[in-house]
Design a protein around this ligand. Structure first.
Ligand SMILES: Cc1cc2nc3c(=O)[nH]c(=O)nc-3n(C[C@H](O)[C@H](O)[C@H](O)COP(=O)(O)OP(=O)(O)OC[C@H]3O[C@@H](n4cnc5c(N)ncnc54)[C@H](O)[C@@H]3O)c2cc1C
Length: 551
């Protein structure tokens, strides 16, 4: 059993010091010039200064939980509870820095296997205790915030001990995992059998397979390996009404696909304990390279051409002009001025960086697929920047969260949000969301940095992922971002985008779910929840919970 229990108190991705965080000093200097950011450093508060109330877990409930999982697996100490008090959104991180009240669970319960998960749920129903399933805790939409709803206590159900690869079927190319396996462990365990999942979201280092399934996660190589939901062949889920086992065959016409109700259910219908996943042979050849295209609309057209011509690279990632500029400035190793001059000389007025990455079984397969993509790109006159740019991106692909910690220390309000739309709506959607963010976050004549990229492309459309950087308000750091987020969500709804392409709904997007699936759709989801969780112990306040009305 894996005893690695992570108490993340600092309000950060990692305890790595700033020097290891890959944010060169010149990048901060650039940000100060560009946004008017001051020079004050505001390091995260130590966990000891944060307000944590006493545990409200009653003695009877605690004894019943101990009976199921053992004394050592019911934690009520301050650090354990604080370590599960929220996920990793900007608001969560700022709360851990003392900017607002934290939702702290009354206890952390660590079941050993699916049977114990089932029995913990039964105890929680009996004692009317809210349950927040906790995977990697990387939710950026309030998904793991320990909300108690109308219950007297709330536990964080940490699945860290459900960390086994149960079996691999090399003939069918499937693998059965317990739901608490973290992504790097899944890759390590599969590598021993010559397989990969190919799911590499930016939260890869910490997130779990169960978390990926219930949030409908999408990894950076989604063009090649698909979204996580496409990898799920079967699920096992503990619910207050008993266990459900769904799927397991490659395809079926046996009525509506109930497995799909579990995928994306965000811990409201039950706790996913086991997953049967499609696996693929581990790639033998990896090739990443970078290009620059001129102008966002033209560059987005190029990605559409790749998607519709079935020539996408496994990783296909297009940055807009702002994100390209920031990437060049942050990368440190690049001779930024020389690069800009080179691009100008090549007639590129508005550089948009395109990273293409192939992960293939042989050099020949790489050559064929690469040639197909480059022939489609040709008419968009890409400027090739070579493998160094691609490799720089690949090596730094998981550094974002660490850079965010340094930016928070430097007084930056830094956050991301994402959506998706059809190709026809994409440009208007990007313009509207960008405008909403700039209007809300700009202050005293200074413009925030608002950047955008496409990292998941489909035949019919693509995702848009926005990152904002601006000086943080000392008086109201949470309100400053929350107002911008509301403006952006309203723009998304107005311009036919989805409220989430891969971050899920959680608490933060719940007010807009109705706009996407309609009141009847909300009622259907609530009816399913009522059947599986009649007393409402599972994840109150999330997805279809007590969504506050839209502003
Ligand atoms: C820096 C950063 C980068 C990110 N990049 C990406 C990205 O590239 N792509 C992407 O898709 N997402 C990304 N995310 C979002 C996040 O990582 C995903 O939502 C991920 O799928 C959550 O997995 P987790 O194990 O951390 O789940 P958690 O955060 O622990 O939980 C997420 C939700 O699922 C519920 N839950 C967790 N496990 C279970 C289970 N076994 N059964 C039932 N309910 C459960 C929780 O209660 C919660 O509501 C990013 C997040 C961060 C912080």
């Amino acid at each position: 059993m894996n005893q690695r229990i992570d108490h993340t108190l600092r309000g950060s991705w990692t305890s790595a010091p700033a020097a290891e965080a890959h944010l060169p000093p010149h990048a901060l200097r650039w940000l100060r010039t560009r946004t008017g950011l001051g020079t004050a450093i505001t390091p995260a508060a130590p966990g000891s200064v944060l307000a944590v109330g006493d545990s409200q877990l009653g003695a009877g409930a605690r004894a019943a939980l101990v009976d199921v999982v053992g004394e050592a697996q019911v934690l009520v100490d301050r650090d354990s509870r604080l370590g599960r008090a929220g996920g990793l959104s900007y608001v969560d991180l700022m709360r851990r820095r003392g900017a607002g009240e934290l939702d702290v669970p009354d206890a952390v319960v660590l079941p050993a296997d699916p049977e114990q998960v089932q029995r913990v749920l039964e105890v929680c129903v009996e004692h009317d205790i809210a349950v927040v399933p906790f995977g990697g805790g990387t939710s950026v939409v309030g998904g793991v915030n320990a909300l108690r709803g109308n219950k007297s206590a709330v536990i964080s159900l940490d699945l860290v001990h459900l960390d086994q690869l149960v079996s691999v079927d090399p003939i069918s190319r499937t693998a059965v995992f317990r739901a608490g396996v973290r992504a790097p462990d899944a890759e390590r365990l599969l590598a021993a059998h010559g397989f990969t999942l190919g799911h590499f979201p930016q939260s890869f280092e910490r997130a779990t397979l169960g978390g990926f399934a219930v949030t409908r996660s999408s990894g950076q190589a989604s063009a090649g390996y698909g979204r996580f939901e496409e990898m799920v062949i079967g699920v096992r889920m503990a619910t207050p009404q008993g266990e459900m086992r769904l799927g397991g065959v490659p395809a079926s016409a046996a009525g509506p696909d109930l497995k799909r109700l579990v995928i994306g259910s965000e811990g409201l219908f039950g706790v996913v304990t086991e997953l049967t996943l499609r696996v693929r042979p581990a790639p033998r050849v990896k090739h990443y390279e970078g290009f620059v295209l001129d102008g966002w609309e033209r560059a987005a057209d190029a990605v559409r051409e790749l998607a519709q011509g079935k020539a996408l690279a496994d990783v296909t990632r297009l940055s807009d002009v702002d994100e390209t500029e920031v990437s060049f400035e942050l990368s440190g190793g690049w001779k930024v001025k020389a690069l800009k001059a080179y691009l100008r000389a090549r007639g590129v007025a508005e550089p948009c960086m395109l990273v293409l990455g192939w992960e293939t079984g042989s050099p020949r397969e790489l050559a064929t697929r690469r040639a197909a993509a480059l022939s489609k790109l040709k008419r968009f006159r890409p400027v090739a920047l070579g493998r160094a740019l691609g490799e720089t991106w690949r090596k730094g692909r998981f550094n974002g969260p660490r850079q965010r910690d340094v930016l928070l220390d430097a007084g930056v309000c830094v956050e991301t949000l994402e959506t998706a739309a059809t190709w026809n709506d994409l440009t208007a959607l990007r313009t509207a969301v960008r405008g909403a963010l700039i209007d809300s976050l700009g202050a005293q004549g200074k413009s925030p940095v608002v950047m955008c990229h496409i990292s998941h492309a489909y035949e019919t459309g693509a995702s848009l992922y926005f990152t904002t950087l601006n000086p943080r308000s000392a008086e109201d750091p949470l309100g400053q971002w929350q107002r911008a987020k509301v403006a952006a969500c309203e723009a998304i709804v107005r311009h036919s985008g989805t409220i989430s392409h891969h971050h899920a709904v959680g608490v933060d997007h719940a007010p807009w779910l109705g706009a996407e699936i309609g009141d009847l759709g909300l009622e259907v989801l609530r009816a399913v929840k009522q059947r599986l969780d009649p007393t409402g112990v599972l994840n109150p306040g999330k997805l279809v919970g007590d969504a506050k009305p839209r502003p």
